[in-house]
Design a protein around this ligand. Sequence first.
Ligand code: GTP
Length: 338
Amino acid sequence: MVNLPTDSVPTVSGELDGIERPSNPSAAPEDLPSYGIPTAPPGFKSGFVALIGRPNVGKSTLLNALVGQKIAITSPVAQTTRNRLQGILSLPEAQIIWVDTPGIHKPHHRLGEILVHNAQAAMAAVDAILFVVDGSVPAGRGDAFIAERIPAHSPCVIVCNKSDLAPKDAQTRQAHQESYQALRPQAPVVWVSGLDPSSLDPLLRATIDLLPNGPYYYPPDLVTDQPERFIMAELIREQVLLHTREEVPHSVAVNIDQVEETPSLTRILATLSVERDSQKGILIGKRGEMLKQIGQAARLQIQKLILGKVYLELFVKVRPHWRRSERTLGDLGYRAET
Ligand SMILES: Nc1nc2c(ncn2[C@@H]2O[C@H](COP(=O)(O)OP(=O)(O)OP(=O)(O)O)[C@@H](O)[C@H]2O)c(=O)[nH]1
C-alpha cells in the first residue's frame, strides 16, 4: 500500500542548500514527537542521491522502479519532469532518498531556466549523484555538458539506462560504456533497465557504497515526501502529455482545486491552464472528446494511487504566457529553489 503524505511530511527539518533535509529526530528535543522514525542501527547508511541526466534518458522511470511505486510521471515527451521530487527507499541496512530532477538542457524560457537552475541546485546539496545516461547510444554533447556541471568532489555512479535497447554486440556496447566513462573516469558504471526492476541490484549496491553512515531521515514506510495532491496533478499532466501532440504538452499546467473525500468516493476538481485559445481547443477536442479521454485515463491512475474510487472533473483555462510570468509560475508552484 502506498504511504503518501496528504499535506507536508511531518519531520523535524533543517534546510540544506535547497534540499529539505530532516535532521535526526532522535537528536530532537524530547517533547517533539519522532513521527515513527526509528533509531538507525550501528553502521546504517543514509543520504540524498540526485538523478541527473539529459531529458528523456529515463530518470523518472528509474525513480519509480527504485521505490517500487509510481510517484513520478514519465512519457516519451522530453522534459516531462518539472519539479524536484523525492522518492524514499528504506532497506534494512540503508535509507536512500532519491531526488529526481528535470533533465538538464539549454533553457528557452523562464520555466526552462527555473528547471535547469533547480537541477543544478540539487546537485550541490546531495550526498551522491546518479549520472543517468542512455546506454543504447554513445555519449553526446548533452552528456558532456552535464558531466562538466557535476561537482568534482561529488561521489557519482554512471548509470547506463535502457540496457534492453543497448546493442547486443559486446564491442559496440563496450564502446558506448567507454564514451560515458571518459566523461567521469573515476565513477563506477552500472547497466540497468528502468523497465526491469530485477536489473537494479548492482545500482543499489554501488549507491549504498557511496553513502555515509547516517540516520533514518523519514519513516521507513514512506515512499515520497510529496503531498498526494501534487502527485494527482502530475498524473493528470502525464495523460495530457500522452494524449496531445506538438506545442500543447509543454504549455499545460495542472492545478488541483478541490479534493472532497466521502466514505465511498473521492471527488477531485482540477484546472488545466494553457497559454492560448487554440491549445484550449485541442485539449477539449471535438465535442469534449479529448478532455474526456484525458480525464478517464487520469482517473484510473489516481484510483491506483489512492486505492479508492475517484470522480474527476477537469476544467480548461487560458492563462496567456504563464511560462514567462514569474507570478503565474509561482501560483502554479514553480519556483527557483535556492
Ligand atoms: N526501452 C526502455 N525505455 C525506457 C527505459 N527507461 C525509460 N524508458 C522510456 O523512456 C522515456 C522517457 O522516460 P522518463 O523516465 O520520462 O525520462 P526522464 O529522464 O525522466 O525525462 P525528463 O522528464 O524529460 O527529464 C519513456 O517513454 C520511458 O518509458 C528503459 O530502461 N528501457
